[in-house]
Design a protein. Structure first.
Length: 612
């Protein structure tokens, strides 16, 4: 019998470290390190993620055929040195801060990998954007497709496109640092007072509250956009090449003042800046896509890189009809680079063929992105009993019915089931759920559960078979990466007085039959739930549909602001007790807040986040 081929992919040392394991090309396991260490976007070597992957497959490091790291450290280091020299002496402080870490660790990546996991075999280093492209194309359902990767920066590339065909990737063109759509968006993230590399989705969520008043100024002063979607940035306004901030005094002068201080009140200017950079980003993506279509002639497009998590831009791209269909890698950021590196090794390095024998049954090769650890009912009961926690055990049918009733009653529920999701989105296994019809649900979840800004929208989970009845979209959206409007038939027309409101004042207006998931512009970031991908979550929503006639519930990630999504029953219980969650469901075990013993928590969440 032929020995199985196991390939381990690793991403590390920038942000959101992760590991992924393939067995004969099949994705067996994948997880981000932050979920185990409880350090948000943990950048350290993903030791625990590697251990999980190996344990899931029942193998040791000696069984690995190959290990792949998601970029080329030496090439990235050469870019850093060249950039520092170009901006000397202004870049000295940044140079002093970063170079010692490179000299002590990052340049010796092969040695670090082998030492950390106890491995003596071969390690390969695909380029960063090659890893992104591989994660997009090889995990997609397409046998041949164009690909587009857009992020902050890899080694030198910030954007690339080409064609994936069978087991090969053909890179056709790229945009190079310092000209970067990802860094442009991050500059506005920084300027509007949010954290770079994690706050970009807040800017996207804020954009519909503003007016895109600054688009012309951005296009005239900051970005020289060509018809093919390529662009050059005016670097006199940015500090990220040489300094420790994204923008500089020239940027402040251009936009009439300094960056917003984090956690201070948002102004109309902040809303308008968010709206403007979002429009600019969408326009650039659409120009890129049109050029790629002309150059490749392909029917399908695959996307990855951090900018591919901009689901509003993705929705506009799909609606444009430039391509017949698009597929976005659910872990589009650096975590997904671990998957892409492993897939590059399997297909491009070892020349394995892609198998499409069961393509009619398979939407893609990502398995719903349910690739993380799983806890059985036995594991859960052991945790509950050992901690003397009161619970009720129920069989599946009763579980779905009883939780559907609780949702209708307005209860907010922690839903912990099956394998943890890979990527930034909770897709029904590590989720907080509620009734999408409840007009108070968004505010309650934001303030009392998530401890975060009240303007942040929540996503709907909708039964896949009913998606087009409730949203203006003609296909499934299983990974919460497409935005579409709530169907006009489900919308509520605003009054003259409501339409006259500006900015955040629009927040609490009821716009549809499902107000908890309808954004200020009538849009929603949709997750379609398919019975084959997630039968338990589908069964729960089906019971809610039978009870209410509505096949839509609220889904947000099971965590509070500043913490990673929960991984274990212990993580889930802590989050349950630290927040105003009403009920916790762990597998088939139901825990009610009022029945729990006093929880001794040293963290005052409301004090930390200055909440009323």
């Amino acid at each position: 019998m032929q020995k199985p081929e196991y390939i381990l992919g690793i991403s590390a040392f920038y942000h959101d470290s992760a590991a992924c394991l393939l067995k004969n090309g099949e994705i067996i396991a994948a997880a981000q390190e932050e979920r185990f260490t409880r350090i948000k976007q943990d950048h350290n070597f993903p030791r625990r993620s590697v251990q999980y992957c190996l344990k899931q497959a029942g193998i040791t490091p000696e069984d690995l055929t190959l290990v792949a790291f998601y970029d080329k450290p030496l090439l990235k280091f050469s870019r850093l040195l060249e950039t520092y020299l170009q901006f000397a002496p202004r870049g000295l402080s940044s140079f002093i801060k970063s170079v010692p870490l490179w000299l002590s660790e990052k340049l010796w990546m092969e040695d670090i990998i082998k030492k950390q996991i106890g491995y003596s075999g071969r390690v390969i280093f695909p380029e960063h954007h090659e890893s992104h492209a591989a994660s997009a194309f090889f995990a997609s359902p397409f046998e041949k497709a164009a690909f587009l990767t857009v992020d902050g920066v890899g080694e030198w590339a910030t954007t690339s496109y080409g064609i994936g065909d069978g087991n090969s990737l053909n890179l056709m063109a790229e945009i190079r640092f310092p000209h970067s759509l990802g860094l442009l968006y991050s500059a506005f993230t920084y300027y509007t007072g949010f954290k770079v590399n994690s706050g970009e989705y807040k800017v996207m969520g804020l954009a519909p509250y503003g007016e895109p008043k600054y688009v012309d100024l951005i296009m005239n002063e900051l970005v020289d956009l060509k018809e093919d979607g390529s662009f050059i940035m005016n670097m006199k306004y940015f500090d990220y090449c040489a300094g420790l901030t994204m923008t500089n005094q020239a940027f402040n002068n251009l936009f009439g003042g300094p960056a917003r201080v984090p956690e201070t009140n948002l102004t109309q200017k902040d809303l308008d800046l968010a709206a403007s950079i979002q429009v600019v980003t969408e326009n650039i993506i659409l120009k890129m896509a049109a050029h790629i279509k002309r150059e490749t002639g392909e029917k399908f497009l695959c996307l990855a890189g951090g900018v591919a998590l901009n689901c509003v831009a993705n929705g506009k791209l799909l609606q444009s009809g430039i391509f017949e269909d698009i597929w976005i890698q659910p872990a589009a950021g650096d975590a997904g680079g671990a998957l892409g590196a492993a897939l590059t090794a399997h297909y491009c390095e070892l020349k394995n063929q892609r198998a499409f024998t069961d393509r009619s049954k398979r939407k893609d090769f990502q398995k719903g992105s349910y690739l993380g650890p799983e806890y059985t009912n036995r594991d859960i009961q052991e945790f509950l009993d050992s901690n003397k926690l009161p619970y009720t055990f129920v069989q599946d049918a009763e579980l779905y019915r009883s939780i559907a009733v609780k949702l209708e009653e307005g209860k907010i529920i922690g839903w912990f089931q099956g394998r943890m999701e890979f990527g930034p989105r909770a897709l029904g296994n590590r989720s907080i759920i509620g009734d999408a019809r409840n007009r108070a649900m968004q505010k309650q979840m934001n303030i009392k559960i998530k401890f975060r800004e009240g303007f942040r929208p929540f996503a709907p989970s909708v039964l896949a078979e009913h998606i087009s009845e409730w949203f203006s979209i003609d296909r499934e959206s299983p990974y919460m990466l497409l935005v579409a409007d709530v169907n006009p038939a489900k919308q509520r027309e605003m009054t003259e007085a409501e339409r006259a409101l500006w900015g955040i004042d629009k927040l609490n207006i009821i716009r549809s039959e499902i107000p908890a998931v309808t954004h200020v512009d009538y849009s929603a970031r949709i997750q379609s739930v398919n019975k084959e991908d997630n039968p338990r979550y589908h069964a729960l929503i089906s019971e809610f549909y039978k009870l209410t006639g509505c096949p839509v519930i609220v889904n947000t990630s099971f965590n509070v602001r500043g913490e990673p999504i929960v991984e274990s029953p212990l993580d889930a219980y802590k989050c349950f007790m630290r927040t105003d969650l009403d009920i916790l469901v762990l597998g088939n075990y139901i825990l009610v807040k009022e029945q729990q013993p006093v929880f001794h928590d040293t963290i005052n969440w409301k004090e930390i986040y200055e909440l009323d």
